[in-house]
Design a protein around this ligand. Sequence first.
Ligand SMILES: [Zn+2]
Length: 313
Amino acid sequence: MKFFLIALSLISWINSAQAKELIYSLSPVKVAQNVYAFIGSTDYFNRENGGNIVNTGFIIGTDGVIVIDSGPSLRYGLQMRKAIRTITPKPVTSVIITHHHPDHFLGNTAFPDSEIYALPETIEAIKVEGDGLLENMFHMVGDWMIDTELKLPTKAISSSKMVMSGRSLRFLPLNGHTQGDLAIMDEQTGVLFAGDLAFYNRTATTPHAHLHNWYDSLDILMNSGFKTVVPGHGPIDQDGASLEQTLRYLKWLEATLKQAAKDGLEMTEVLRLKTPEEFKSLDLHRDEFYRSVSHLWPDIVNETLPLIAQDLD
Ligand SMILES: [Zn+2]
C-alpha cells in the first residue's frame, strides 16, 4: 500500500511538473539515413497541444544539422534542439522555413546562431502578417508561447540547388497554399519535405490558398522523383499518397463550391453540404470545410456568377 501511494504521488508529481514545464514530447522519427522528422498531432491549435500540430524535420550533414521548419513557439524550437542532440552532437547550422504559417516558423528565436532561409515571398509575408499571427497564437495556445518573439529569416533563397553542411538540397519554390511555399528535396535520400502543399489524412487548410496554383505545385512535386514524402501535416508516405489525396480534396472543394454558386446556394446552405465518403476519414474535415467556405466562397461566387451572366447573353 505504501509503495502504491508513493508511486501515485510520483506520477502526479511528474504530471504537474510536465504541465508546468509544458513539454511537447518531441521524438525524432527516422525517415532515411541521417534524415528525421518530428510528427505533430493532426488537431487544430489548442492549449493541450501547444501548437504542435505540424511536421518538422532535420537532416544531418558532415559538419552540421539542417532544420526544416522551427515549429510554433520558442519552447518548441528549444525542445527540438534538445531532441536533435539525442541523435547527433553536431550544431544546427541552418534552418529552412517552408512558408509563413505560424506553426512553421515561430520557433526561429531558438536558433540565434543559425542562418534561417526562406523564399523572398515568405519573408515578405512574415513582415506583413507576422505580428498578427504571433498574437493570435498567444490567444489560441496560451503559456506555450511565453517568450516567443518574431524573428525574420536571415537569408532569402534565390537558387534551386544548394549544398548545406555537405548535403545537396534541391529547392522547389512553389505557391498555392500560400504566396510562397518551399519544398525541399534531399538529393541523397530522395526525401521530399513538401511543407503544407501536402496534407495527409488531415484536411488541408486554405486561409491563403490559390487553388489553381496549388494544383500546379502538386503536379511538380508528383514529378520530382521523390522516394519519401514528409507532408506538412499527417503521416509520412512513400508513394505520394499525401500529394494525391491533397489534390483530390482540393479539386472536390473547388468543384463543390462552384456548383453551389451556380445553383444559387446561400453560404449557410453551402456550410450544410455533405462530405463525400472518401474525405470523411480525414481529421477535422467538417471544421476545415467550414473554414474553407469562409475563405473561398466570396471569390468563387465572383468568378462563377459572371460566367452565368455570359451564358444568359
Ligand atoms: Zn500552412
